[in-house]
Design a binder for this molecule. Structure first.
Ligand code: GLN
Length: 547
């Protein structure tokens, strides 16, 4: 094994520029150059992980195989690297301090005083090295922008690492276009670079975000004022799909320049499969898929990435299903106010995961609409729980059926808290205590999901506290609901389906987290194929199936 090398990615001027996509795209190219690559995200917040954060404010909470509840950038890394990452690939201020304080309490510092530098920065380095084990190139992205108080100690740590290991530092920055003068402005980037120099780091590359791309004049200017060769300024314009970014970088020979900086042999990326995927994306038959969720404003804006893994999983599957789906964001609160008419144009409905009672009845109405009108339905986690509630209420006629998460006094608690979870909540132990990460399910022979997966034992990632109440299984089954996947111990219901429906499948898991561009998830592919059938009027049968 060769020595480890680092690519550090930092941000300037603005956050939200797509540093995660830049990091993932560099990783994608180097992986296709046949290097062993990993990617680490540093989040300077004090939360130990993202599990306690509000997605409407922070974006999706991604779940890893080993049960990490993580910043959504880890999802982007997994999709671009086609690799499962560990929860250790996310380092937060909270995690670092927790480790150091625990060491201090157990006298590991031998009675000396424990300080930000070197003790916190050493712990950061230790955690980065631990997560980079068995890799040739480790990409480390530092959240936020240079000049933030929060990320200073992390920048200090990577400066030390950059002296100890061959490394390249990439700064992602932004050139605003000033309409009144008709010009791209470089000054904010010059300032950002000088802030980076203050902590002893010099960017080897500048990746420049802008709406239209960067021209030669601006490259010359930045090269001279930021002290780096002109060819190390890489353009990163707005694109239709983020999956194009590795190819835009390849055209600019970014991978070759990085490999040279790292003193590694230059290779040509063997990325035909990726190119094929990008070429086909968006070329199939048009469809409208409703994603019925919580779309909540935070201040004046609404976070775009609350369901990002679901949206991406639909895109990946669309290439294999030969469709070009438009994802329509349907607010379940809007259904509650204005009824289900807004669902009329849709060829398929997804209810994704969620927490809290807001908009729940709207989601249940959307599921009822899909079930009664033979419209393909895919339920993910909460989307399965609510499908059970809807079926219990409207088919089994179980009065007031609900999940105890939303109505603790329901006369028919068809969804109830998992007993161990109840104890944790009573002790206020919220962080990292849900049923998390990869769990196996056994699929019923010849069920729809068995045919879709093509095997009996499958594994998917989870993040939940509630489950189908075993006391209601018999009555639900009697009315035609099939529990087609169950945990190996026979206790937890993992999949449901309606055999007579065009496509009505839901799971307690989050299959969206395992979908990859060149390895789409079979459940999403099957769902989109059913939506295509509906659009083409095949097996056209819009009647109530079970009522
Ligand atoms: N709120 C539900 C539970 O905790 C569903 C969670 C989810 O959709 N991820 O069980």
């Amino acid at each position: 094994m060769r020595t480890l090398r680092f690519v550090f990615v930092v941000g300037g001027v603005l956050s939200g520029l797509g540093k995660g996509v830049v990091t993932a795209s560099i990783g994608n190219l180097l992986k296709y150059c046949n290097y062993k690559v990993t990617a680490i995200k540093i989040d300077p917040y004090i939360n130990v992980d993202a599990g306690t954060m509000r997605p409407t404010e922070h974006g999706e909470i991604f779940v890893t195989e080993d049960g990490g509840e993580i910043d959504q950038d880890l999802g982007t890394y997994e999709r671009f690297l086609d690799k499962n990452l560990s929860k250790n690939n996310n380092i937060t201020t909270g995690k670092v301090f927790l480790n150091v304080i625990q060491k201090e309490r157990s006298l590991e510092y031998n009675g000396r005083n424990v300080q930000l530098i070197p003790d916190i920065s050493d712990e950061v380095k230790r955690m980065i090295l631990e997560a980079s084990k068995n890799c040739e190139i480790s990409l480390v992205e530092i959240g936020g922008t240079t000049g933030d108080i929060e990320n200073l100690v992390f920048l200090h740590a990577i400066r030390e690492l950059s002296e100890e290991y061959p490394s390249a530092t990439v700064m992602v920055s932004y050139l605003p276009f000033l309409k009144n003068v008709g010009e791209l402005k470089t000054k904010p980037t010059q300032h950002a670079v000088s802030r980076l120099r203050e902590v002893g780091l010099f960017p080897d590359f500048l990746v420049i975000r802008s709406e239209s791309g960067i021209d030669e004049v601006r490259k010359d200017k930045l090269a001279r004022l930021c002290f780096l060769p002109k060819e190390n300024i890489i353009g990163d314009p707005d694109v239709e799909t983020i999956y194009e970014i590795p190819l835009i970088f390849e055209e600019q020979k970014f991978h070759e320049k990085i490999l040279r900086k790292l003193n590694l042999p230059v290779r040509k990326p063997a990325n035909d499969e990726w190119k094929e995927f990008v070429k086909k994306l968006g070329s199939g038959e048009k469809l409208k898929i409703g994603l019925v969720g919580k779309y909540v404003k935070y201040g004046n804006s609404e976070h775009k990435d609350v369901y990002i893994s679901v949206v991406e999983a639909v895109k990946h599957a669309s290439v294999v299903a030969g469709v070009n789906p438009e994802i329509v964001q349907v607010s379940s609160l809007n259904i509650e106010k204005n009824g289900v008419e807004i669902l009329n144009e849709l060829h398929g409905i997804i209810v994704p995961g969620g927490f809290g009672s807001s908009g729940i009845e709207g989601k249940i109405e959307a599921i009822r609409y899909a079930r009664e009108n033979n419209i393909p339905y895919l339920g993910l986690c909460l989307g399965m729980q609510l499908a059970v509630v809807e079926f219990a209420r409207n088919v089994c006629k179980l009065r007031g059926a609900n999940s105890t998460e939303f109505d603790p006094n329901t006369p028919n608690p068809v969804i109830d808290i998992i007993p161990e979870q109840k104890e944790l909540i009573e002790k206020k132990m919220y962080g990292a205590t849900m049923r998390l990460g990869a769990w196996t399910a056994v699929l019923k022979r010849n069920s729809i999901v068995h045919k879709i997966y093509g095997k009996e034992k499958i594994s998917e990632r989870h993040r939940h506290r509630y489950e189908v109440n075993p006391k209601y299984i018999e009555v639900l089954e009697k009315s035609g609901l099939v529990f087609s996947g169950i945990s190996p111990d026979g206790i937890l219901m993992e999949f449901i389906e309606l055999p007579e429906h065009r496509f009505f499948v839901a799971t307690q898991a989050h299959p969206e987290f395992k979908s990859r561009p060149t390895k789409p998830h079979p459940l999403f592919v099957a769902f989109l194929k059913a939506c295509k059938e509906l659009k083409n009027g095949r097996k056209k049968r819009r009647k109530t199936l079970i009522s």
